[in-house]
Design a protein around this ligand. Structure first.
Ligand code: MN
Ligand code: MN
Length: 458
């Protein structure tokens, strides 16, 4: 008899011995990827290296293209487009698109960051993306980014990732003296201007007996000048950010989970990249690793940039196809994370419509807040088309809504692609403690995210 009920499944209990092995093996590859892609720049660099190994070549506007071509477009080192031209007619069958983002919430430096107070050197910061500020105190932070020197040379900075490296630190008040702080609302317990990075404590003393030079700030400037050739002026145009110095680790006695910085959205970007690199050339496939999603997908490297349409147009021009027809028949999975039901904070979720850890990749028909505002809200027909593809490939999937109605909300890049007349559905991995310095995902969900993206491209 037909089963009339829908019930969530557990990916681990459905997996046989061989699949369990594949789940753990994919988790290992992912952890390694995470450790070298903490910022969008790091992630784009690593993704290009992996793409080149898979036979992808750089694309320049105006290049001739033919079926079977594998190309990537590096957008200013911060976002990446990869595509492979398939045998199918793209006017009739469209392009299959996966769009993930590779920026994550973090602590950016201000443009004039360095100052000294109480014989300590600090960096002023301005956080990037939606964070709970108190979570970023008293944890080890690494510094990543670039500085352009006066002569134009670009210096890459990465301190805090190697075992022998120092890390950086944001302080919090000791509990013994926190009576007043404890009265504050959680959101302002630590305020934006209190996220000051400890970066040095030794004065540049060398017998000069010059009070101005005999300072900790001077000591830090000298070290930076020795190591990178930079001066204080070079900070003004630098792009430096503090990210958690943690490495990705298995969680639990059984290693069912992975904790790491930046699951949002590398947990979708990595499977999307793998699906692209492994895809056969039936469909034409395009994978976007976007920047700036966490601050509204703005700017030249965000998903709202014209570049997305430019790339589509280049593909259509090269193949002699009508771009309007191609967009109308294309399909996109907006590959982004969703919140996972957390039994400790059950009050925030409506359980029937919340994604659960290890119940598979999550489909979000809509995102947004307060009456679906800001959501692209995929059509039911398109959701069914995707679930049929997933069912056909044995992918374990579930539906998801971020949390209870009117409790908050969020958005993804989906609406920026849907607005180009391309059917788009949010599909991604459920995450616990999203936007925290150390987030949690289920290894089984990661693997089924990968299976879902592979099925979509196959
Ligand atoms: Mn995201
Ligand atoms: Mn996010």
């Amino acid at each position: 008899m037909q089963n009339l009920h829908y019930k969530k499944q557990n990916v681990f209990s459905l997996a046989d011995e061989a699949q369990l092995k594949r789940i753990h093996a994919f988790g290992e590859k992912y952890k390694n990827f995470l450790n070298y892609s903490k910022t969008e720049r790091d992630c784009v660099k690593l993704s290009i290296a992996l793409a080149e190994r898979a036979g992808y070549k750089p694309f320049r506007f105006g290049d001739k293209l033919t079926v079977g071509d594998k190309r990537y477009y590096n957008n200013r080192g911060k976002s990446l487009y990869l595509f492979q031209l398939g045998k199918e007619d793209i006017e009739r069958c469209g392009i299959r698109i996966l769009a993930a983002h590779v920026d994550s919430p973090r602590i950016d430096l201000k443009q004039a960051p360095l100052y000294e107070k109480a014989q300590t050197a600090f960096f002023k910061t301005h956080y990037y993306g939606g964070i709970k500020k108190y979570q970023w105190t008293a944890v080890p932070l690494a510094l990543h980014g670039v500085v352009t020197l006066a002569d134009g040379t670009l210096k890459e900075i990465c301190v805090g990732e190697e075992e022998a490296d120092p890390v950086f630190y944001i302080s919090d008040l000791l509990p013994h003296l926190s009576q007043k702080q404890n009265e504050k609302k959680l959101a302002v317990g630590i305020e934006g201007e209190e996220l000051n990075l400890w970066v040095g404590g030794m004065p540049a003393t060398n017998g000069e007996n010059d009070k101005a030079r005999d300072s900790v700030k001077e000591g830090v400037l000298r070290l930076l000048n020795q190591k990178y050739g930079m001066t204080e002026r070079d900070f003004l145009s630098a792009e430096l950010t503090a990210v958690p110095a943690y490495k990705a680790k298995d969680v639990g006695f059984d290693g069912a989970y992975i904790a790491a910085y930046g699951h949002d959205d590398k947990v979708c970007a990595f499977p999307a990249l793998m699906a692209q690199l492994e895809s056969a050339n039936t469909h034409t496939t395009l994978t976007v690793l976007a920047d700036k999603e966490e601050i509204g997908s703005e700017g030249v490297t965000g998903m709202q940039s014209m570049l997305f349409c430019d790339i589509l147009e280049e593909i259509c021009l090269a193949l002699g196809k009508n771009i309007r027809a191609v967009r109308a028949s294309s399909a996109c999975l907006s590959a982004d994370v969703t919140s996972a039901y957390d039994p400790t904070f059950a009050d925030a979720f409506e359980k029937n419509n919340a994604a659960q850890c290890s119940a598979g990749v999550a489909l979000m028909k809509f995102t947004g807040a307060r009456g679906k505002s800001g959501a692209s809200d995929a059509s039911g027909e398109f959701v069914a088309k995707i679930t049929n593809i997933l069912d056909g490939a044995g992918v374990v999937w579930q539906v998801s809504e971020l949390g209870k109605v009117d409790l908050g909300g969020g958005g993804t890049v989906a609406k920026y692609i849907a607005s180009k007349n391309i059917d788009t559905l949010d599909v991604g991995t459920p995450v616990i403690s999203m936007h925290a310095p150390y987030e949690l995902i289920s290894k089984g969900d990661l693997y089924h995210t990968y299976l879902a993206f592979k099925a979509f491209y196959q």
